[in-house]
Design a protein around this ligand. Structure first.
Ligand code: COA
Length: 159
């Protein structure tokens, strides 16, 4: 049984992430979408809120499970018995950072392979920062994120 993890900050999850998760679920038996507890980023949503939004948004995906982790991503992959780490490549600008991370992760644990998937080109320009920014100024983000996220963003910026 081939299991992979899809790690990220998910602050919040977008339709671009979901596109990657769907593609990974077509290739592997189980996809664990796993939220980094301590990313080197200041997050809008707490870890619990991010997990909740992921669970709601992915509830109809049979092969997908939501988890979280602290520490090194390769240690988490080993702990859950994953063979690989899924990462999305949206544009050439993602490449350098992802290349460095993939090689360092391979150095740390040669048994864990990083697998890159490309989302649909309509998501090339999407990231969580843009979504937070649009929502802050009350712009409609329903074309870009699941309904559970639209609701949470409205709550967050209602004051
Ligand atoms: N669609 C839309 N947006 C996407 C996307 C997609 N398919 N794929 C990535 N993004 C966006 C994210 O929304 C995020 O946007 P933001 O920066 O505006 O918030 C950005 O691209 C980067 O996202 P993410 O995939 O969450 O990566 P990250 O760089 O925040 O975190 C970890 C990556 C958590 C996997 C990494 O920090 C990590 O492994 N941490 C653990 C410590 C560790 O092991 N370190 C050693 C690594 S060598």
């Amino acid at each position: 049984m081939a299991k992979v993890i899809y790690p990220g900050t998910f602050d919040p999850i977008t339709n671009g992430h979901i596109d990657i998760i769907k593609r990974a679920a077509e290739l592997f038996d189980e996809v664990i979408v796993t939220v980094a507890k301590n990313p080197s980023k200041t997050c809008l949503f707490s870890i619990e809120e991010r997990i909740q939004m992921l669970k709601e948004s992915l509830k109809d995906f049979e092969k997908v499970r939501v988890d979280s982790f602290d520490g090194l991503v390769v240690d988490h992959a080993k702990q859950v018995g994953a063979v690989g780490i899924i990462r999305g490549l949206r544009a050439v600008s993602d490449f350098e950072y992802e290349f460095q991370m993939a090689l360092m992760n391979r150095k740390l644990s040669s048994g864990i392979t990083t697998i890159f998937l490309m989302p649909h080109e309509k998501y090339t320009y999407l990231n969580s920062t843009i979504i937070r920014n649009l929502a802050q100024f009350k712009s409609d983000v329903s074309d870009f994120v699941p309904q559970a996220v639209v609701r949470k963003l409205k709550e967050k910026f209602s004051h």
